[in-house]
Structure formats: structure tokens, C-alpha cells
Ligand binder design. Structure first.
Ligand code: NAD
Ligand code: DAU
Length: 348
């Protein structure tokens, strides 16, 4: 029996991780702690909410007293920390929230783990989920490895880099048993439609402009979210304490090429003439400080722990588009209200 605290479990990646752990480990108790910000949605976990090994706690990771109570009430011996503010564009408008949640929130969890475990670290683990954006931006060539120097450019990546440093500091200073992974761009079901792929699927479907920053030549390495969840499972169980593992899809796409794949997939599934929606492509002002290219070398994870992505991109994109087209109600619910205001301000 293990009692595992998953933070941010009502978000995009978190909900996939919670589901995978609930199904794969019926002997574990999973405690999902989430503040349910605009990005957190209990609808994402409808299928597992009645499971006997699942508990949901609505709380803010920044609230140290509440977090400390959760550790003692549920006798937590493992943490998988995903809760964060995660959207780069929002961080450009409101860096303070990112510093608060991503830095102070992580510190509050580290301190609570440290105090609750009281130096007895046998079979304990604090697993921090981070991003490849901490490494900065690449030119046409090269890859991020685990030893690439940190060089964040956006308030989001700066806050994640800072949280990674705190996690390592707790390991080096107090011997807290930690592991960190830095992953590339995820795609799949239940992603909030402010991020490129779900936003564009929704706009193509609704014949709305597709706002591409700059010339669309920035490059991202895309990984199917279920493959990220599987990597997290492997690292949680087999990762070496104090180590970092990069996770990536070995799957680089220029934004403009990826968008054309999305257009053709959506048009085909909606029975439109293939490519009909290309007329929606609209180039707009570039994102401030826009990182040119991310590319992950995930060979350490493959060679040492045996993980590699299982799904081909074309299949993953088709599944993803099908999910968004089928789950109109989910999209409608999350994009109503406050989100409309954000959208109008962002893309005015
Ligand atoms: P998300 O924005 O979809 O979900 C974040 C979740 O955290 C939400 O459920 C939200 O309610 C919760 N949350 C936010 N602030 C909180 C607080 N103060 N207290 C408790 N809960 C809070 O994010 P995501 O895309 O699923 O990313 C999850 C993690 O993975 C993040 O740490 C992110 O940095 C990292 N990551 C994301 C990607 C990606 O492509 N999405 C890639 C690499 C790493
Ligand atoms: O690399 C991992 C990171 O990937 C995660 O840590 C972040 O949480 C996640 O949001 C993601 O960051 P990006 O900034 O790469 O993702 P986003 O979907 O916002 O943008 C992907 C690319 O598409 C990027 O080059 C910017 C561009 N873009 C995005 C939006 C929302 C556009 O051209 N137009 C848009 O409207």
C-alpha cells in the first residue's frame, strides 16, 4: 500500500496520470489535490471519481497549513507534483501568479514533505514534473540533454526553472528523496483550448481564424499525453533519486506544418473538402520572447529505464481530433464565461 499525493490531477496531464495510477495500482491510495483553477476540471475524472482508492481534495498548494494537514491526514509517502500555472501567454500578462503557484507552491509542498517525513526517507519520494522550456531555445540543430544549462526566457519557464532549483536544493541540503523530469509539448484529450492544438481544432471546426504567431516557423517536439503519463509511471517507480530525466516524443514539427496536418485531419473528419480550412490561417504578431525550437534527447530515459513513446504522431493527432469533435459539451463548458474574455483580449 502506498499513499500518493498527486497535485494538479484535475488538469490536462494530471488527469491522465491520476487515471493511469488508479487503474494500474489498485493497492495505492491516490489523493488528488487541486485548486480547480480555470485549467482544472473534475469532468476530466468523471470515470474514476467513484473508485475506492481515489480521494479528491480541493486546496491551494501555496497554503502550507492545508498541505501539511493533507500529508498527515492521508499519511503521504509519495508525491507526484504537477500543479502549476502552465500557459506561456498568460505568464507574459501576469508573471506574479506564475511565481506564486510554481515557485512558492512547490516550496510549500517540499517543506510539508520534509517536515512530515522528519528525516525518515525510507520508501519516500517527491517527484517534480517540469518542462523542457527551462533549457531555453535551440537553433536549427542540437538537442536538450539532462546536462544542458538552464536558460529560461518566459516568466513561465523562469518560474518552472526556479521550482526545479528548489527541488534540487532540498535534495542537496536535506537529502529529500527527489526526482525530476523535463518533458516536451504534450497533446491529447482534455487539454485546455488555450494551447495550440485544442485551440486550433476548435477554431477550424467553428470556421474561426487560426492565429499563428510570427511566420509559424517555430519548432516544437510533440508527445502524446498518455505516453507522458506512462513515462511518469516508469520514473516514479524506477527513477534514481536525485536524477533528472528528459522526456520527449522524438517528433519535431514546425508550427505551420503541424497546423496543416490539423486542418487536413479536421476537414476530413468533418467531411469537408480536404484543405478547405487553410483559408483560416492568419499570421499575427509574434509572442514576446518566443523560443524558436525545443528538441529533447530522451535517450537517458530509454537506455536506463526502458521508456520510449508508443504512439505514432499521425495516429495520436487523429485520436485527439476525434476526441475534441466528439466532446463538444466539454469544450463548450470550459470555453464559456471567463475564457471568452481572455480570448478576446489575447487575440483582439
Ligand atoms: P494544466 O494547466 O492543464 O493543469 C494545471 C492543474 O494545476 C489544474 O488542474 C489547476 O487547477 C491546478 N492548479 C493550478 N494552480 C494550483 C494551485 N495553486 N494549487 C493547486 N492546484 C493548482 O497544466 P498541464 O498542461 O497539465 O501541466 C501539468 C504540469 O506539467 C505542469 O507542471 C507543467 O509545467 C508541466 N508540463 C506541461 C507540459 C505540456 O505540454 N502541457 C509539458 C511539460 C511539462
Ligand atoms: O515544451 C513544453 C511546454 O509546452 C509546456 O511546459 C507548457 O506548459 C505548454 O503550454 C507548452 O508551451 P508552448 O508555448 O510551446 O505551447 P503552446 O501550445 O502555447 O504553443 C505551441 C506553439 O504554437 C508555440 O510556438 C506558440 C505557437 N502558438 C500558440 C498559440 C496558443 C501560435 O502560433 N498561436 C497560438 O495561438
Amino acid at each position: 500500500m502506498r499513499n500518493i499525493l498527486i497535485t494538479g490531477g484535475a488538469g490536462f496531464i494530471g488527469s491522465h496520470v491520476v487515471r493511469l495510477f488508479i487503474h494500474n495500482y489498485p493497492d495505492y491510495k491516490i489523493i488528488n489535490l487541486d485548486l480547480l483553477t480555470y485549467a482544472g476540471n473534475l469532468e476530466n475524472l468523471k470515470d474514476i471519481e467513484g473508485k475506492s482508492n481515489y480521494t479528491f481534495v480541493k486546496a491551494d498548494i501555496c497554503d502550507y497549513d492545508v498541505v501539511a494537514d493533507v500529508f498527515s491526514k492521508y499519511k503521504i509517502d509519495g508525491v507526484i507534483h504537477l500543479a502549476a500555472e502552465s500557459h506561456v501567454d498568460r505568464s507574459i500578462k501576469d508573471p506574479f501568479s506564475f511565481a506564486k503557484t510554481n515557485v512558492m507552491g512547490t516550496l510549500s509542498l517540499l517543506q510539508a514533505a520534509q517536515n512530515y517525513w522528519e528525516g525518515d526517507f525510507n520508501k519516500k519520494l517527491f517527484y517534480h514534473i517540469s518542462t523542457d522550456e527551462v533549457y531555453g531555445s535551440l537553433n536549427e540543430k542540437g538537442f536538450f540533454t539532462e546536462t544542458t544549462a538552464y536558460d529560461p526566457h518566459s516568466p513561465y519557464s523562469a518560474s518552472k526553472a526556479s521550482s526545479d532549483h528548489f527541488v534540487r536544493a532540498f535534495h542537496d541540503t536535506y537529502n529529500l528523496p527527489v526526482v525530476i523530469s523535463n518533458c516536451s509539448n504534450n497533446y491529447g484529450s482534455h487539454q485546455f483550448p488555450e494551447k495550440l492544438i485544442p485551440l486550433f481544432i476548435n477554431n477550424i471546426k467553428n470556421n474561426k481564424p487560426l492565429p499563428i504567431y510570427g511566420k509559424g516557423d517555430n519548432v516544437r517536439d510533440w508527445l502524446f499525453v498518455n505516453d507522458h503519463a506512462k513515462a511518469i509511471d516508469v520514473i516514479f517507480h524506477k527513477g534514481k533519486l536525485g536524477e533528472t530525466y528528459n522526456i520527449g516524443g522524438f517528433n519535431e514539427w514546425k508550427n505551420i506544418d503541424l497546423i496543416k496536418v490539423l486542418i487536413s485531419t479536421v476537414d476530413k473528419l468533418l467531411g469537408r473538402k480536404e484543405g478547405a480550412s487553410e483559408k483560416l490561417i492568419t499570421f499575427i504578431k509574434d509572442r514576446a520572447g518566443h523560443d524558436f525550437r525545443y528538441a529533447i534527447d530522451a535517450s537517458k530515459l530509454k537506455n536506463e529505464l526502458g521508456w520510449e513513446p508508443s504512439l505514432q504522431f499521425e495516429e495520436g493527432i487523429k485520436k485527439t481530433v476525434q476526441w475534441y469533435l466528439k466532446n463538444e459539451e466539454w469544450v463548450k463548458n470550459v470555453t464559456s464565461g471567463e475564457y471568452q474574455k481572455y480570448y478576446d483580449e489575447m487575440y483582439e
